[in-house]
Design a protein around this ligand. Structure first.
Ligand code: ADP
Ligand code: F6P
Length: 323
């Protein structure tokens, strides 16, 4: 028989992402709708271990759906990676009457949820990261907003790049994954998209393409470089030295993590947050909500963490052929 859930905890963990507040709001309001108490756990697993736990009601999440960041704050916590830290976390949940937790974060955060589930605290993961690097899902909270933010910034850089007839190396986030680079590369019509999953580090080829483009009268040359490749400042210097084309590097950085979430991020994050609560109320645990092949679904966390993801072949192909 599955245990009865009286109080649901919610936390955000790892890097923040626009739309996390929409997910928190949905968890809180759906839990209240189902007659459960809600406890907000501040600063991810670090806050759990420090017992930074607050009661939440419908008003606690008023005026948050349109706000970037996370009202619960987020953190990375090495102590929680240890078995002692996890046991302490589960004990603290029991002490505060928390029967179940919704964990909003990435793969690392899901590993923490997996450990809590094994210690008897029911858990559901909700994918929150701008990187889109969670294998079980085609969508992660914040990716859409981050891409739109980066796309707008790249459009602006393109204007000045064209005026000065420069080459621009623009570095976007994504940790080891190239999804933001791929989507922005396509959305901005970049001349070159460098993805960690695909790049062969053949700078000679890149340089001769820039020289050829210049001969053909191209007034700018936009290179979207993924953070996983990095080295953008030096790359720009090497390109300028080898091509004679003035080259600037811009690292977009943390601006990509902030800002008001897009409509898609608000709606998907809301749906996933509510679904997480519904799953807990059905007695489910150790599962993660996902959006796969156009549908909202859920997977066992162990299976989800074992899945692999790769850059979609056709999208990559057209990102190369349409330049
Ligand atoms: P993300 O959730 O975005 O992948 P991290 O990898 O930084 O971000 O993980 C966030 C937090 O999840 C870590 O700081 C840690 O507290 C917890 N975590 C990560 N890996 C584990 C693990 N193997 N076991 C338990 N907790 C983990
Ligand atoms: O995972 C989100 C992310 O923004 C990555 O794209 C990036 O590599 C990392 O977090 C940056 O982390 P921090 O904010 O700790 O520098």
């Amino acid at each position: 028989m599955s245990k009865e859930i009286n109080a649901i905890g919610v936390l955000t963990s790892g890097g923040d992402a626009p739309g996390m507040n929409a997910a928190i709001r949905a968890v809180v309001r759906q839990a209240l709708y189902k007659g459960k108490k809600v406890k907000g756990i501040k600063r991810g697993y670090a806050g759990l271990l420090n017992e930074e736990i607050i009661d939440m009601d419908a008003k606690s999440v008023s005026d948050t759906i349109s706000r970037g960041g996370t009202i619960l704050q987020t953190a990375r916590c090495m102590e929680f990676v240890t078995p002692e830290g996890q046991q302490l976390g589960a004990d603290i949940c029991r002490k505060h009457g928390i029967d179940a937790i919704v964990v909003i974060g990435g793969d690392g955060s899901f590993k923490g949820a997996q450990k809590l589930a094994a210690l008897g605290i029911n858990t559901i993961g909700v994918p929150g990261t701008i990187d889109l690097d969670i294998a079980c899902t085609d969508y992660t909270i914040g990716f859409d907003t981050a891409c739109n933010t980066a796309m707008d910034a790249i459009d602006k850089i393109r204007d000045t790049s064209t005026s000065h007839e420069r080459c621009s190396v623009i570095e976007v986030m994504g940790r080891g994954a190239g999804y933001i680079a791929l989507w922005c590369g396509i959305a901005n019509g970049a001349e070159e998209i460098l993805l960690p999953e695909k790049y062969d580090h053949n700078e000679e080829r890149l340089i001769s393409q820039i020289i050829n483009a210049r001969k053909l009268g191209k007034q700018h040359y936009i290179i979207i470089n993924a953070e996983g490749i990095g080295d953008s400042q030096n790359m720009a210097k090497r390109i300028e030295a080898a091509t004679g084309v003035e080259t600037r590097a811009t690292i977009l950085g943390h601006m990509q993590r902030g800002g008001s979430p897009t409509c898609k991020d608000r709606v998907y994050a809301t749906t996933m947050g509510a679904m997480a609560v519904d799953l807990l109320c059905e007695g489910k645990s150790n599962r993660v909500v996902a959006h796969k092949n156009g549908e909202f679904v859920d997977f066992d966390i162990d299976e989800a963490l074992a899945m692999k993801k790769s850059i979609p072949d056709y999208m990559y192909q057209i990102s190369q052929s349409l330049v």
